[in-house]
Design a protein around this ligand. Sequence first.
Ligand code: A3P
Length: 323
Amino acid sequence: KYLQEDDITQECRELLSSLPKEKGWVASHLYQYQGFWHPSRQLQGVLSCQQGFQAQDTDIHLVTTPKSGTTWLKAILFALVNRAQYPNDITSQQQHPLHANNPHDLVPFLELKLYADNHVPDLTSFTSPRLFSTHLPPLSLPESIKCSACKLVYLCRNPKDTFVSLWHFTNKLRPKDIGTNSLEDTFDRFCRGVSLYGPFWDHVLGYWKESLENPGKILFLKYEEMKEKPDEHLRRIAQFLGYPFSPEEEKLGLVDEILGLCSFDTLSKLEVNKSGKLLSGEENKTFFRRGEVGDWKNFLSAEMEDRLDQISEQKLHKFGLKF
Ligand code: A3P
């Protein structure tokens, strides 16, 4: 869905005309706001949530870089904090909300859904703990998120798989008549930082530093680590959020039940995720592609690999962050 002229406020229109602009991956342009790149529709949502969203101390925010496994973590967080309400085993006769809803509809994005198109959402139906999500970098978060005692779970992914996943995803979102973006062209833009919520490296580094300074507020996770030891990380997340698994729950195998319910295999085979659509128009199936670590090897040349490795080394290694 493209933003209609009418959906953009005068304030946003004026801002757009003053910002650095580059060719977009899906919509025609990306605009650089507070150091990061956004399409115009997204920018309206960013401004609206910065101005309107009031965080509560009990809120939980999932913050991610695009294509780092947001859909997966949304499912996990939803199943985790609501585990007393629903049976989590995948064979259960009784329906879990994840069986009938895409995770993006259960844990909505602030700027991309709730506040999209200058909408003022009614959040009164959200029960505590409220679960939200965002791709915003630290500086651009609504003030009340920074000031309140709410918790942030941050997820990122190695830049090679992130890029490959983003390239596939944005090509699927492009209107058929304008064709697809070439791998080489988008790769260059990704490396220069001109990608959705890019520069990628500034995003991850911002949250890495914040998590070191404030480990009680931000939990920093990587997709690869989640894939390698999902049970260990699920327990970490539960502990961090103040919802640890009791010995009884452990004995009942709840950790494995939640992971089974939220697995790529389970979610991607559900009817809602095979044929449903989000309100914002994306087909649910576009959020499930391969779900593996290292798929970049099937797409990137040795030169591309080197270029990404060098940027990561220059920008991240001195801060102790490696992918
Ligand atoms: P690939 O394109 O590499 O397959 P996001 O949810 O942030 O948009 O990220 C999408 C990526 O996460 C896609 O990666 C997608 O296949 C993968 N993914 C989606 N659901 C997943 C799940 N339940 N477990 C692991 N990976 C998942």
